[in-house]
Design a protein around this ligand. Structure first.
Ligand code: Z5A
Length: 208
């Protein structure tokens, strides 16, 4: 693949959307062709799956259906957006990817991590992010920010202990895949968060 695959991870309200806009501007100013996208979503059909997954008024979604819907959306996204863009040498900036499934469905819901990894291997054996920026903040800080922002979706309606497990899951992943993960303290003023992000982006560009 000629392009670069950058994923942004972290639990609710840590500032993914805010910082993705910043990253897109930074890379565009460095003459990179950038595709900004998100999971679940990124294609018309995957966005339909997103609506099902996040609808707070949906019928009961069993955990297994939730897990498989995230991977179904991911398969659509890979085939129609991510792989073509990487082949064309573009930079993909993606709000969440499979690390989110391990953190939320694995650590959060308690699904067996090996089973999730097996499905991931099946769906995207040959594609892994080149850089994963983990925005890390205590669960209650992120929740406060998300609540302040407005309406709460189905995935944002869990107990605080769920998001604490999610955060712990991300920290485990960052240690396990330290070759591609960088951890940024998202519980500091935005200008300092972005200063750290720039440093990691410059490192990636130097390797390019
Ligand atoms: N999910 C899953 O379970 N499994 C999977 O495989 C995948 C996803 C792919 C998708 O939601 C949901 O699906 C998500 C995980 C699950 N659910 N949950 N719960 P999403 O990714 O689209 O949305 P989100 O996680 O709920 O993110 P968010 O709430 O949109 O937050 P954010 O994008 O990280 O934050 P933000 O909107 O940029 O910032 C929130 C507020 O904080 C805003 O007012 C900012 O101005 C403010 N902010 C940002 N940074 C700072 C700093 N540094 N200081 C102070 N204030 C700040």
């Amino acid at each position: 693949m000629k392009g670069k695959f950058i994923t942004i991870e972290g639990s609710e309200g840590v500032g993914k959307t805010t910082n993705i806009n910043f990253i897109v501007n930074f890379l565009t100013n460095h003459n990179k062709e950038v595709v900004e996208t998100r999971e679940p979503g990124g294609t018309a059909a995957a966005e339909d799956i997103r609506k099902i997954l996040l609808n707070p008024d949906s019928e009961l979604i069993p955990d297994i259906a939730e897990l498989l819907l995230f991977f179904a959306a991911r398969s659509l996204h890979l085939e129609n957006v991510i792989v073509p863009a990487l082949k064309a040498g573009k930079f993909i900036i993606c709000d969440r990817f499979t690390d989110a499934t391990i953190a939320y469905q694995g650590f959060g819901r308690g699904f067996d991590i090996d089973r999730i990894n097996n499905i991931a291997q099946w769906v995207h054996a040959d594609i892994q992010p080149d850089l994963t920026i983990l925005l890390d903040a205590p669960a209650e800080i992120g929740m406060q920010r998300a609540i302040k922002r407005g309406e709460i979706d189905r995935m944002e309606s869990e107990e605080i202990s769920f998001y604490e497990r999610v955060r712990e899951g991300y920290i485990c992943l960052a240690k396990q895949y330290s070759d591609r993960f960088v951890v940024v303290d998202a519980n500091q003023p935005l200008d300092l968060v972005q200063k750290e992000i720039i440093m990691h982006l410059k490192n990636l560009l130097q390797k390019n």
